[in-house]
Write a protein that binds this ligand. Structure first.
Ligand code: SF4
Length: 381
């Protein structure tokens, strides 16, 4: 078998390991053993699978491989946040951020290389979609960062580059790998998926993974502004989004997190805070305010602390639970909305490919770079 036709076991799910064992006329437990070596113990070679017979290890070597993300660079921020740049199995650049906070180690994982959602306050959106990440490359970020740092990662947020629900099958498979008790073994409650609000996929995901936490990016309290800031709103407007959120089956102790990026003079007024409180009424939720992290490629400014504080106090006075996100890793462009900034600077200016085409950029938005789109999205949203 040529090396190119070998299959990457990191992309396998439970059913695939069972099929692998069936295909080799082995009992099902052999498939489980292999999966456990790869995802539970993080081995890199078949020879490390010491409880498998030697001839089985050779057979596996002939038909399969254990894929890895190649680490290109790692940077550490003044606040100890670390950013990793990986090369994916399909040669795309992938950024991952490890955020230490007391005993907590949160890994912010990317699900796509770039993103086609074109949210106005996000550098990744300016990059356009370059590639979908495979399940192995999504869960692999956890495995590689844990190996590289020796840290015990306690939480995962699917909030890095990309809209997770725009790469549904691969993300779902990666989440299963993360929470499988014999594999990576994270509690589903310690995994959060963040979306800009693709309603059908959001409902499907919460039905399949009821205990995984959900964060929804709002960006504006009305459709007119949200159409511009989060263009997917033109297909999934706020009313429908709130209705979907209200109707999600309630989980004990769970509240949806509404992310709200505060942009100076755009969506940060007292009236906007009141409108936001009205919008989310009746949803079991909390609001996380994200003061915008400025970038030269985006046309917005960060509000001052007084404006952020005023906005938060108005929400709190309406009975909303509200937090203000600390900006972490800004000096290494690891903070929220800044991922892909380095990739954007290095992007080839060689082709006319339109990056994704989910929606037009909002008026006033910096022009998109010219990029080669190497892979179409794998499913419509
Ligand atoms: S905020 Fe998320 S969904 Fe929007 S462009 Fe950025 S990565 Fe994509």
């Amino acid at each position: 078998m040529s090396p190119d036709s070998k299959k990457n076991l990191k992309d396998f799910g439970e059913a695939d390991f069972k099929a692998l064992a069936d295909g080799l006329n082995l009992p099902a437990y052999r498939g489980r053993q292999i999966a456990k070596w790869i995802f539970g113990k993080g081995v890199l070679t078949f020879d490390e699978m010491t409880d498998l017979p030697l001839d089985l290890r050779r057979t596996l070597e002939d038909g399969f491989f254990i894929g890895r993300l190649a680490l290109e660079t790692a940077q550490t921020s003044r606040d100890a946040t670390r950013k990793f740049l990986f090369r994916s199995s399909r040669d795309a650049s992938v950024e991952t951020v490890l955020i230490p906070d007391g005993d907590r180690r949160t890994l912010c994982v990317s699900t796509q290389a770039g993103c086609r959602m074109a949210c106005g306050f996000c550098v990744t959106g300016a990059l356009g979609l370059l590639d979908q990440l495979s399940a192995g490359d999504i869960a692999g970020q956890f495995i590689e960062v844990a190996r590289e740092t020796g840290e015990r990662i306690t939480h995962v947020v699917l909030m890095g580059m990309g809209e997770p629900l725009d790469n549904y099958e691969n993300v779902a498979r990666a989440v299963r790998t993360l929470v499988h008790p014999e594999w990576i073994g994270l509690s589903p409650r310690r995994v959060t998926l963040s979306t800009c609000g693709l309603i059908p996929a959001l409902i499907r995901f919460k039905t399949e993974f009821p205990r995984v936490r959900l964060a929804v990016s709002l960006g504006a309290p009305d459709d007119e502004r949200r159409d511009r800031l989060i263009p997917v709103n033109r297909r999934h407007p706020l009313g429908a989004l709130m209705e979907a959120c209200r109707e999600l089956p309630p989980q004990p102790r769970e509240r949806i997190t509404f992310e709200y990026t505060l942009l100076r003079g755009v969506n940060d007024s007292v009236e906007d805070a009141r409108a936001l409180a009205r919008l989310i009424r009746g949803v079991r939720c909390k609001v996380n305010l994200l003061p915008f992290n400025a970038s030269p490629v985006l046309p917005y400014e960060r509000p001052d602390e007084a404006a952020v504080d005023r906005f938060a106090r108005v929400l709190a006075s309406k009975g909303v639970t509200v937090t203000v996100r600390k900006s972490r890793g800004r000096d290494i462009e690891a903070a929220c909305g800044l991922l892909a900034a380095g990739l954007l600077k290095r992007a080839p200016q060689t082709a006319d490919a339109e990056a994704g085409g989910a929606a037009e950029p909002p008026p006033g938005r910096a022009p998109k770079p010219r990029l080669v789109q190497v892979s179409p999205p794998d499913r419509p949203v």
